[in-house]
Design a protein around this ligand. Sequence first.
Ligand code: ZN
Length: 652
Amino acid sequence: MGNQQPAFSFVDEKFADIQMLRYRLNGFEQLSTRQKTLVYCLAEATLYGRDITFDQYGKYNLKIRKTIEAVYRLGKGNDSSEQFLQLSSYLKRIWFSNGIHHHYGCMKFIPSFSPRFLLQYMEKVGEKDLPLEEGQTINQLFQELQPVIFNPEVLPKRVNKEDGVDLVKTSACNFYEQVSQQEVESFYQEKKNGGGKNQPSWGLNSTLVKENGVIQEKTWKADGKYGEAIRKIIFWLNKAAEVAENEQQKKVIAKLVRFYRSGNLEDFDDYSIEWLEDKQSNIDFINGFIEVYGDPLGMKGTWEGIVEYVDVEATKRTKTISDHAQWFEDHSPVDPRFRKKQVKGVSANVICAAMLGGEEYPASAIGINLPNAEWIREQYGSKSVTIGNLTEAYSQAAKGSGMRQEFIDDEQTISMVDEYDHLCDDLHTDLHECLGHGSGQLLPDTDPDALKAYGNTIEEARADLFALYFLADGKMVELGLLPNNEAFHAQYYSYMLNGLMTQLTRISKGHDIEEAHMRNRALIAYWTLQHADGAVRMVKRNGKTFVDIHDYNALRDCFACLLREIQRIKSEGDFDAARQLVETYAVKVDPVLHDEVLQRFGKLNLAPYKGFVNPVLLPVLDERGEIIDVSVDYSEPYDEQMLRYSSQYATL
Ligand code: ZN
């Protein structure tokens, strides 16, 4: 039929310091109609929480968003003035940050259009399309918002962590009203003193306010604060329960609904425990007040939502690796004394995101490890997953970024890396996580903390080397994990390039390498550069430095050699050798090379932050209104999606 889907593109528009991406719902078509319907209902529940996050991130966020959106709707397509462009960019940033503060740095961003321009437009928009309070005039609304939007000194930071000031009063987030940090702390200390073991996460789901001298919680629940949004969420959770995959999942949803109704934090813990018990469902979701980074005191949960399903292909991969854990251990190049006689692989679950919402949208985490309550983690464990289709989008976006064209100067290597790097990267992660960290053993009287501050770097290097070594093994092809015996070249090349040069883009001028993963990559790359006997070289061409690899098998031998030494250091607890390796290869940066890398990177003009446009899930109905399929559409532009969410999922 003439209904042609345009080619999928991972990269979407760019504005300010942000690059928008899209993620693909791999394998979604293979879900059953019932499962797709479940995803659809949970996705609706995910989108209905959006306004809560805006309000939590700042008292004026919704008002400002609605005002600027009204202006944008009026001017879009008609106004191409510089001021209007600035207003559009400001609105895109507000959408991206769920408010007027930078999503990552938390500082308020100040728009470049004039207050006068805004006021004139607000008058053109007219009263009925502006978020006016009862009896408020347009001019009064403007007066209310002007300092919040334009004055850098008003509400400058969303989450303040500075030492020695009242963090509650100096943070713009909207979890507290008329209370001081001291008052908040004593309010919750009292609750903690009153509780016993296994305490709930006090304060997680409420605004703390002082009214007429009395401090009390306004709880976020169906008949409380944010009730309009929460009742919509409950409606769609109940719809989801009707098509749940199994009894346990039904129970999980019921527990969450119960919590949203009662606002009782013990119900939330109850839900979390049931959620951990659900290990067989293909579809899973997070919906609620989860992470507490948005609160300077780390108590209040910001609303977030995500719907996901198991990535069958990727999970097969981690299972294959994990099933052969003993083979890998027995064939590891380390001294047999340091090998484990019996090794157990960990099978990691890889999932695909199907909808992102609240704090997870548009900027999202690429992994989930929950619940947060420490006592539940201790007694019941935790669920940990990687979101494969988001990492896929990041990796695919890297292809077109110009990074490879700048730092690799032969076409053959670029196309090899383009073709195999994502697959190899995933495999590297699997080998590192499922096997690498679990491999090997300490000698009986070695102190596990013997390497002290060097321990993390050595441990990461050990897991990375294990992965690098086996990526080049014929076993990978035999197990069907790699298509041929040369695909690993892509990983070897990009690993060396990153460790020797490109990871320096993340370090500012004059600084050393500090983070353990970065140190480990530098250690491996610089050690092999020196010991690979010419198999790897750094060469200058036309004034730029490049990495040449002449012999991939020699490089592998070199990785094996370093793995043997690193395992020995770990197993024997050889602190001096660990220090020697790390200090020699992993900490110091060559300032000339660093400068060059920063300059070349700067010219590419890449946005440092990324986030995702959601797909549109469209239910296909039969004549009785029953869902018979759910189709996925990736063509909705960023601004249209945001405007649609603002009207379709408007609750507050
Ligand atoms: Zn690791």
